[in-house]
Structures are given as structure tokens and as C-alpha cells.
Design a protein around this ligand. Sequence first.
Ligand SMILES: [Zn+2]
Length: 462
Amino acid sequence: MSSQTTGITGRHLVRYGTPADQKYLLGPFRDTYDQLVVNANMLAHAPLAIAGFLSREAKKPFIIDPNTHAFQHGRDFLLSESKASDGKVKKSWQKLIDAYGGPFAEAIHVAERSILPNDFKSDVSIETICAGVADFQLKTINSYLTDKKDAKYLKFVSKAKGIRLDVCTPSLIVAPYFYLGDKNTAEWMEINIRCLRLMTKIPPGGLPVAAEIVISRPLMTDKNFVDHLCSSYSKIHPTPSCILLWVDEFAEHTAKINELMSWAHLIDRLGQIAPVVNMHGGYLSTILSKFTKINLRAVCHGPEYGETRAVIPVGGGIPVSKFYLPALHHRLSPAHAVGAIQALGAMNDRATFLLKVCNCAQCQAIITDDPEIDIKVYFNANAKSFWSGGRWITREFPTGEASDLCTKHYMYCKAAEFTESDDLKSVIAKLKSIHKELPESSDHISSHAVTWPAFLKKIGLD
Ligand SMILES: [Zn+2]
């Protein structure tokens, strides 16, 4: 299927998490990825900024993730954290609820609870949320470019900067979707399917319609459930253009081989219905999307976070800055990164560091003389104390500069991973070799360098 029919324009997707991410999606990074994923709650929070960013600066194909699952985990997750808000639902979620309408508004605003499968019994409720969810994706950004009072402002800024303001239509529309794994799995799956059926039959705006499947790890490893899920989705006609997959807290780096096998099995089965996109994936997904017959079309991550993600909390935690070690394809704490680089013998001089650790533009600028001293700017941190769980906790927080540099280095590393010319054989050889080079005591950070090759062999790739 071409990108026009799938709505997926390349293998490398990046998530726009917050406005602070913008600088890692523009400038030298703009051409390193294919497509953006914007969360609906972020779009509801800062529509003008995102409309300007997409239409004027990024000018990249994009997808809006409607985050419909967020309303099923308990109302407390949606509440504003500020004391002044008095237990009210956060404004961005409030805006989404208003846009999506139907049972979302009735459950959360009127009944003051999260949504339940029973709220979607009638066909009208499904029609209402499908229309609301599709309209939000189709129209929100363009309404800020054309008919809202802010349109004038955006046009003025664009004219002043001499940049064309493009009309922004997402590459595809994501059907409403709900999390499978907690309770009422059969009921939620049925609702997902009813929404998807309605949308693929009459595609909103004539755009490709994507299914999003968000599933727990226990369900992913349950063969009977996966059979049931895949055979149910395969009966939907017309089929979705692609399947956006998110396995709750699934981490490629720590998964045991059996879990990796279940994961590959799920992707393989879903891929027989439509191309799959891993919405939270790392280098192993990148390899699978490149070398296997499994129909994994693309992989998404955020700027230095999001290679794995828990469904709850729905808002997203505090990103912690770590150093991405390209040879391990893994983010490491400062102590682990320094230890690994020393073990690789790459702390002694600049040339060895650039050869064995990283030669991205950021590292070239930072590692100028003595790697052991120069690298410290990636790790600068301040100790801060905060009250949590009934006691004071002191933790090291990376400085703004350190976090900025780590993110830039990470984005360069990711770009290189998606474009590297290595064949599968040398990818596997390199993984095995880095594991051998690191001491046994590093196993907790490097065991995937052994597990991944074993897994690739088991699925018949080695
Ligand atoms: Zn680097």
C-alpha cells in the first residue's frame, strides 16, 4: 500500500509531546524524520501554537492521536493538579470532552465518573463520538488558520516572515479507541470495532482511517486473546488503512525472549490485516521494520522519551535526561554511561570517542579535547528536594542545558539508526560484540544485546 492509502509517510515517526519539543523537530532535525504524531490533549491545550508550528514551520505530514482511552481510567487522572482548580477536570481534557461530546461529556461532566462500556450501547452514542473525534482531528488546526480570530495573527506573522501558511490536514484519521487489558476487555473491544466499522465505511474527509490498538502486556502474551482480537479485526470491511499499536509498558530492552516472541506474533498477525505502526518503540522495532517480512511499517518515539510508555498516567511523567549510547541503542544514567564508555576504551581521546561512542554533530561540538571532562556537560544536574509519599526526597535533576544537549544527541542518534546502511548480519554482529566488550557487571544495561540477536534468530532472521 502506498503512503496515500495507508496515511503513513515513512518509517520514522516522532511524537510532539510538549511545545518544548519543537526545537528538536525543526532546524537540523526537521529532515531526519518522516511524520509527526501530536496528542489531542496537547492540541486542545495549545491549538494556536501547534497550528502555527505545523503550518508554518514543520510543514510535515502529521497524525493527531485522539487519546480517547484517557477517559476510561478514572476521573482523577483528568483533574487539574493546581490547588486553585478545586478538583476540576484539566482545561485541555475539558476541551476534548466538549469536542468529542456524547457519553464523554455525560459521564465525566454530569455523572462525574470515567466512561464505561454501558455508555456506548446505542448506535447514536457511537455515531456521536465518531463524528466528534473525526471533526476534532480534521478541523481544529485549520479553524485556527482560517476562521478563528487568531487566523489573522497567524497570517500576519507568516507574511512578516515571508512564509506560506499551508492548510493542514492530517495524513489519516484515527478512530476512537479504548484500552484493552483492565476490565471489560470484551466490551471495549466491541466498541472499538463498532467505531472503526463506522469510520472505515464513510472515511471522514475522504482520508485513510487508522485503528489504534492499546493493549496490556498480559493480553499480548495470551495467544487465545490475540487470535480472537485479530480474527475480529480482520472481519472489518473496508479494512483500516493501518494499525497503530501501543503495548502498555512494553520495553524492548528488558523484555524476555518469550515476551518478544509474543510481541512479534501480535505484530505479524495484525500486519496481515493492515500495516502496523509501533507507537512506542526503540531500535529493535526499527530493525524489524527494516528487515523482516512482518508488516511493521513504522516506529514512533518522542524527543528523548517514549520508546516505552505506560497507559496510566495519561498525562505523561517527568522526562529524565539520560545519555543514549548508540552502540547499545539504549539510554543510560550518567554513571552507567561513563562506565560503559570507559569499558569501551573510548574515554582516552577525542578520536576514539567519536569512533566508538558517537560522532553526531552534538558530540563533535562537545567532545573537543578530553572526553572524560568534556562529556560532563551532558550530565550536569542540580539536587532538588520534594515532598512525596509522606517524606522529603532529594533527587538529582538534569540542568536545562544538559537535558537539551542529551536530547539533541539522542535525535541525531535516532536519525542515524533509521538511515544506517548496515545489513542485518552486521547489526547482529555489532550487538553481540558490544555485549562482549562490556564487563559482566554491565549485564543489567546490556542484556538486550544478547536477547535481541537470539530473538531475531528464533523468528528466522539470523
Ligand atoms: Zn552524539
